[in-house]
Ligand binder design. Structure first.
Ligand code: ATP
Length: 199
């Protein structure tokens, strides 16, 4: 799976709609300090569902929205759309071209889309699970990431290997099933209490 293009609008230092196309081979982004190079990788992580404001180098989610300059007013929302080349079929049951979109308003409202259809953040998370590309995947190697992997606890490092082996989807499903089972047990206890009162 390859990145085809990234479209940002109102995201950090990109107030206008800005599209970057990634060709075959290696793409290098060069520019002076503070010109927005890291904001591009932030945009990729953000559209993939990143929720940690710290790893997006901000203090609150609103910080991803263009905050204005002396010449330009702040904007009301940020949007990023990532287009992926899925011709190798990494994303099963999806077309050769897959787009994911995330929009965030100052009001705190979020919107996510896969191929133009509104979805939940959970769906984006599940789409990229086991591909290594998700917001917690290993495809994005930021500053300090290698150090954090080396010094991580064994269980945390294991999650990385599980993602690479393509089995983190099952761990996630098991956790989800366990949570729903616990909920059902609680409902059952409550129901038995009510039945006991009625008898
Ligand atoms: P360096 O080479 O020093 O690491 P860089 O090219 O990676 O720099 P970034 O860190 O991507 O630069 O961009 C920093 C710039 O983005 C700063 O000028 C900052 O003011 C601007 N910026 C960040 N968030 C916003 C925002 N919400 N609104 C407007 N500008 C923003």
């Amino acid at each position: 799976m390859l990145l085809r293009s990234l479209e940002m609008q109102g995201f950090k230092s990109f107030p206008d709609k800005t599209e970057l196309n990634f060709g075959k081979g290696i793409t290098a982004v060069v520019g002076p300090n503070g010109s927005g190079k890291s904001n591009i990788s932030d945009a990729v992580r953000w559209v993939l569902g990143e929720t940690s404001t710290k790893s997006l180098r901000g203090s609150k989610m609103e910080d991803v929205i263009f905050g204005g300059t002396s010449k330009r007013k702040a904007l009301g929302f940020a949007q990023v759309m990532l287009t992926l080349d899925n011709s190798d079929g990494t994303l099963k049951d999806h077309d050769e071209i897959v787009t994911v979109t995330r929009r965030y308003y100052r009001s705190g409202e979020s919107e996510y889309k896969i191929d133009g259809e509104s979805v939940r953040r959970k769906d984006i998370h599940e789409l990229f699970m086991d591909t290594g590309l998700g917001s917690d995947g290993y495809s994005m190697v930021g500053q300090g990431k290698i150090d954090s992997i080396i010094s991580a606890k064994n269980e945390d490092r294991r999650e990385l290997f599980e993602e690479a082996a393509g089995i983190s989807r099952f761990r996630h499903k098991r956790k989800d099933a366990e949570r729903r089972l616990d909920q059902a047990q609680e409902n059952l206890v409550r129901l038995l209490d009510i039945l006991g009162e009625l008898e």
